[in-house]
Design a protein around this ligand. Structure first.
Ligand code: URA
Ligand code: CA
Length: 433
C-alpha cells in the first residue's frame, strides 16, 4: 500500500477500506508515514468527509494504536460520561457518587489538563488528603467495593489521536465532524467504557457554537459508539452561560455537595438528573430513563448519594468531614461582591470570558506547568433571565490577590443587562438516543 494512493482516493471522494485506515494509523503511530502526508489526508477528509463505516474503523484503529485499560475485573456495565468542554461544569463531581449509589460502577480515569478551572482531579484534591496515585489493583478493588474510584491518567492511551490532534491543530483541520467524533470516542473506548453517555455542549462557552453543529457531532458519536458495540446516548445542553453558580475548584466541590444534598443550582441539578438517568439506564439498573430518574431523586432525598461521596473521598485518603463542614476546604483570603451598576434583567453571561476571569484569579492552568489556586474562583449570584437591581451583587469573587480590577472589568464586560425581560435559556436542547 502506498500512502500517496490513499490520499488521492480520499481527495477524489472515494471511501477508504478497513485495512487502508489501519495502515494509515499504524504507519503514523510508528513514524513510517510522515506528518505532511497525514496533513494532506486530513485536509481531504475535511472536504470529503467519511462514511459511518470509515468513522468506526478510524476510531478503532486509534484505540488500538496504544494501551487500552482492562476493566474486566469490575463487575457490572462500566458506563462513562463525556462532556465536550464548558465552563464551571461541576457535573462529573455530582454524577459519580450519584449513579454509583445506585450500583453503576464508576471507574474514572482522569487528567489534570488545561482550562478555566482544574480538571476533576484538581477539584477533588481540594479535599485534604485525597489522592489518585493508586495502583491498578487497588483501583479495581475500590470500584467493586464502593462502586466509585478515580485514578490518575497512566499508560500510553491513543497515541495516534495525540499526534493527529496536534497536527490538525496547526493545519486547520480540527473542525471536521468525523475527525472530532472519532478522536473523542477513541479515548473513551480505550479507557474501558462498555457504554457511553455524551453531553455535547452548545453556546458561547462550548466547542460547538451552534445547535446544528452540536447535533451533527452528537449523532456522529452515537453512531460510532453503537457501530463498535458500545451503547451510546447523547444530549445537547446549553453552555451559553456557565453551569451552576460556582467556577473554581474548592468552590465546585462545595457546589457538588449542595447538589448531592438536593440544594444545588437548578440547571446543574437538572443536567445531573438527565445524564444520570441515561447512565443508570445504560448501566442496567433501571428499565427506562424515567424509572432511573425517580431512583436518582430517591438517593438524593435519602442521603445515599451523599454517603457514597463521603465513602469515596475517605477511601482515597480524603478528609470526608468537609462534606458536613465546607469551611475545611481551602478558603480565599478576599471575598468581594461585584455590584450591578443598573436595574434590569440579565441578558448574557458570556461563558468563556467568565471562565477566563476565573483563570485570571488563578483557578485554572494556562500551561501544563502552572500552579492552580484551589481556593479562588467565582460564584454567580444571578443567571440569564434573573431580575437585578442596581447595587445588588452579580458575582462573588474569591481571590487571594488584593488587586482584582482587571477581573472586575472583565466580569462587567461579559455580564450584560437589558431593560427588557429576558427568557432563561433552555438547558437540555435535545436528546439523541
Ligand atoms: N476534542 C477532542 O478530544 N478531539 C477533537 O478532535 C476535538 C475536540
Ligand atoms: Ca458550576
Amino acid at each position: 500500500m502506498r500512502m500517496v494512493d490513499l490520499i488521492e482516493k480520499k481527495r477524489d471522494g472515494q471511501e477508504l477500506s478497513t485495512d487502508e485506515i489501519k495502515f494509515i494509523i499504524e504507519g503514523y503511530t510508528n513514524n513510517t508515514i510522515p506528518d505532511y502526508q497525514i496533513s494532506a489526508l486530513t485536509m481531504a477528509i475535511f472536504f470529503q468527509g467519511m462514511n459511518e463505516r470509515e468513522r468506526a474503523d478510524l476510531t478503532m484503529a486509534m484505540v488500538h494504536s496504544g494501551d487500552t485499560i482492562d476493566l474486566s475485573g469490575i463487575q457490572g456495565i462500566k458506563v462513562d460520561k463525556h462532556s465536550t468542554g464548558g465552563v464551571g461544569d461541576t457535573t462529573t463531581l455530582v454524577l459519580g457518587p450519584l449513579v454509583a449509589s445506585l450500583g453503576v460502577p464508576v471507574a474514572k480515569m482522569s487528567g489534570r489538563g488545561l482550562g478555566h478551572t482544574g480538571g476533576t482531579i484538581d477539584k477533588l484534591e481540594s479535599v485534604s488528603g485525597f489522592h489518585v496515585e493508586i495502583e491498578n489493583d487497588e483501583f479495581i478493588r475500590l470500584v467493586n467495593e464502593n462502586k466509585i474510584a478515580v485514578i490518575g491518567q497512566s499508560g500510553n492511551l491513543t497515541p495516534a489521536d495525540k499526534k493527529l490532534y496536534a497536527l490538525r491543530d496547526v493545519t486547520a483541520t480540527v473542525d471536521s465532524i468525523p475527525l472530532i467524533a472519532s478522536s473523542i470516542m477513541s479515548k473513551k473506548i480505550a479507557a474501558g467504557a462498555d457504554a457511553i453517555c455524551l453531553d455535547v455542549k452548545t453556546g458561547s462557552g462550548a466547542f460547538m457554537k451552534t445547535l446544528d453543529d452540536a447535533r451533527e457531532l452528537a449523532k456522529a458519536m452515537v453512531n460510532i459508539g453503537n457501530n463498535v458495540g458500545r451503547k451510546t446516548m447523547a444530549i445537547i445542553s446549553d453552555m451559553s452561560q456557565p453551569l451552576g453558580f460556582a467556577i473554581g475548584n474548592a468552590l465546585e466541590v462545595k457546589e457538588a455537595v449542595d447538589t448531592l444534598r438536593g440544594h444545588g443550582p437548578e440547571d446543574l441539578t437538572e443536567l445531573c438528573l438527565t445524564l444520570g438517568s441515561y447512565m443508570v439506564y445504560l448501566g442496567g439498573k433501571a428499565s427506562s430513563t424515567d424509572e432511573a430518574r425517580e431512583k436518582l431523586k430517591e438517593v438524593i432525598a435519602n442521603g445515599k448519594a451523599l454517603e457514597t461521596f463521603k465513602t469515596f473521598l475517605q477511601s482515597q485518603g480524603g478528609d470526608a468531614s468537609v462534606v458536613d463542614d465546607p469551611s475545611k476546604l481551602p478558603q480565599a483570603e478576599y471575598q468581594v461582591e461585584l455590584p450591578s451598576l443598573e436595574d434590569g434583567y440579565i441578558s448574557e453571561i458570556v461563558a468563556d470570558e467568565i471562565g477566563t476571569a476565573a483563570m485570571m484569579l488563578g483557578a485554572g492552568r494556562a500551561t501544563k506547568e502552572s500552579e492552580i489556586d484551589l481556593a479562588v474562583g467565582l460564584v454567580l449570584q444571578k443567571k440569564i433571565g434573573d431580575q437585578v437591581k442596581k447595587g445588588e451583587s452579580l458575582v462573588t469573587i474569591y481571590s487571594n490577590q488584593e488587586n482584582i480590577d482587571e477581573v472586575k472589568e472583565k466580569l462587567y464586560q461579559n455580564i450584560k443587562i437589558s431593560s427588557q425581560k429576558v427568557a432563561a435559556p433552555k438547558l437540555i436542547q435535545e436528546e439523541i438516543t
